[in-house]
Design a protein around this ligand. Structure first.
Ligand code: NAD
Ligand code: AHE
Ligand code: ZN
Length: 370
């Protein structure tokens, strides 16, 4: 079939809207009509050429919601007409990791996913007979896409696509990092570095679990108002206190250090600040931000010897097929706010505007509606 898509033709170039060819689902795969997709900073990161797994030409996008239109042979867990959210972190429930219950990082298809192809090693997308690569196993910047059935979460049919698409990455990543990875407890102090599409969801997760102090740190003062509306109790602007004084500022606000901190910037210097502002003896720092290829983190080992813990979190530690439908329910029941974080919507033809808004710090989430 033919489908409309925004194609990443090369690193650093704007996406190009074009009609591409899409082959039908093979064994264990489903064809999904994507109804809406968010634009995450990770899409911009890969498009910039900084992703060591970035391949071109490809169809980016990993924060979508849509409807199953066709199922391949052997598919049993979803049916035509089901509403789904694509999962860049699938849940096969059979691999060593899924069975361990210790991590959400299902390994069933990770190798081929990172190479931009389906589990059989080929792409379903092509143009003029030349293959186009998939992205994070999702490629939601295409109106139709093909995914393995283990990489879709079936959701309730009354949830609006243009809102719950954000649960496909940002909402789950931020809230999940708080509840599944860090397991923040009521009364805790939390420091959130980077108040964008992820950081604001960390803040709403921290408020949800009853954190006491929620400190937001961002170099863009325009993020303050939205963060306060989502539960931030104190704001630190590194350019006001001095970039080398951010750690002290958080220490002062928390009486010796945060119980938990989260990096939502992808900047390795910020990751160090996030670790070092944690409380001696028990503070945990969770890295969410994705750093450029080749970047490394550093700190004095003494920071860890004295009890601080450095952790990472992918997709908020959520098990997609199990947890995503529940998070959709939380949204539908009014327990979490997604609407106010979606600051812009646009048709596919305007998708590059969404990237521009993000780069200029003018949006929280832009959503493309097909
Ligand atoms: P975003 O662009 O919406 O937000 C980033 C925020 O960080 C902005 O508000 C920006 O002003 C702020 N910032 C930049 N430099 C800063 C600094 N030095 N100090 C303080 N604040 C600073 O991006 P996003 O969509 O929220 O994504 C944030 C990061 O999370 C990205 O690196 C993205 O790739 C990553 N991410 C990771 C996962 C995961 O599963 N681990 C999932 C989604 C996104
Ligand atoms: N390709 C990158 C890795 C990027 C990365 O860490 N991705 C996150 C999700 S970001 C969503 O916006 C993730 O899930 N990581 C776990 C995994 O298995 O990729 C690189 O650096 O090579
Ligand atoms: Zn993302």
């Amino acid at each position: 079939m033919k489908t409309r898509a925004a194609v990443a033709v090369a690193a650093g170039k704007p996406l190009e809207i074009m009609e591409v060819d899409l082959a039908g689902p093979k064994v264990g795969e489903v064809l999904v009509e994507v109804m809406a997709t968010g634009i995450c900073h990770t899409d911009a990161y890969t498009l910039s050429g900084q992703d060591s797994e970035g391949v071109f030409p490809s169809i980016l996008g990993h924060e979508g919601a849509g409807i199953v239109r066709e199922i391949g042979p052997g598919v049993t867990s979803v049916a035509v007409g089901d509403h789904v959210i694509p999962l860049y972190t699938p849940e096969c429930r059979q691999c060593k990791t899924c069975l361990s219950r210790k991590s959400n990082l299902c390994t069933a298809i990770r190798t081929t996913q990172g190479k931009g192809v389906m589990p059989d090693g080929t792409s379903r997308f092509s143009r003029n007979g030349e293959p186009l690569f998939h992205y994070m196993g999702c490629s939601t910047f295409s109106n139709f896409t093909v995914l393995p059935e283990i990489a879709v979460a079936k959701i309730r049919p009354d949830a609006p696509f243009d809102k719950v698409c954000y649960i496909g990455c940002g909402v789950t990543t931020g809230i999940g990092a708080v509840i599944y990875t860090a397991k923040v407890e009521p009364g805790a102090s939390v420091a959130v570095f980077g108040l964008g599409g992820i950081g604001l969801n960390v803040i709403q997760g921290a408020r949800m679990v009853g954190a006491d102090r929620i400190i937001g740190i961002d170099i863009n003062p325009a993020k303050r108002a939205m963060a306060e509306a989502f539960g931030m109790t104190h704001f630190v602007n590194p350019d006001e206190v001095g970039r080398d004084k951010v750690v002290q500022a958080v220490m002062d606000l928390t009486g010796g250090g945060a119980d938990y901190s989260f990096d939502c910037t992808g900047n390795v210097q910020v990751m160090r600040q996030a670790l070092e502002c944690c409380h001696r003896g028990w503070g945990q720092s969770i890295i969410i931000g994705v750093a450029p290829a080749g970047a490394e983190i550093s700190t004095r080992p003494f920071q860890l010897v004295t009890g601080r813990v450095w952790k990472g979190s992918a997709f908020g530690g959520a098990r997609g097929r199990t947890d995503v439908p529940k998070i959709v329910d939380w949204y539908m029941e009014g327990k979490i706010n997604i609407d106010d974080l979606i600051t812009h919507t646009m048709p596919l033809e305007k998708i590059n505007d969404g990237f521009e808004l993000m780069h200029h710090g003018e949006s929280i989430r832009s959503v493309v509606v097909y």
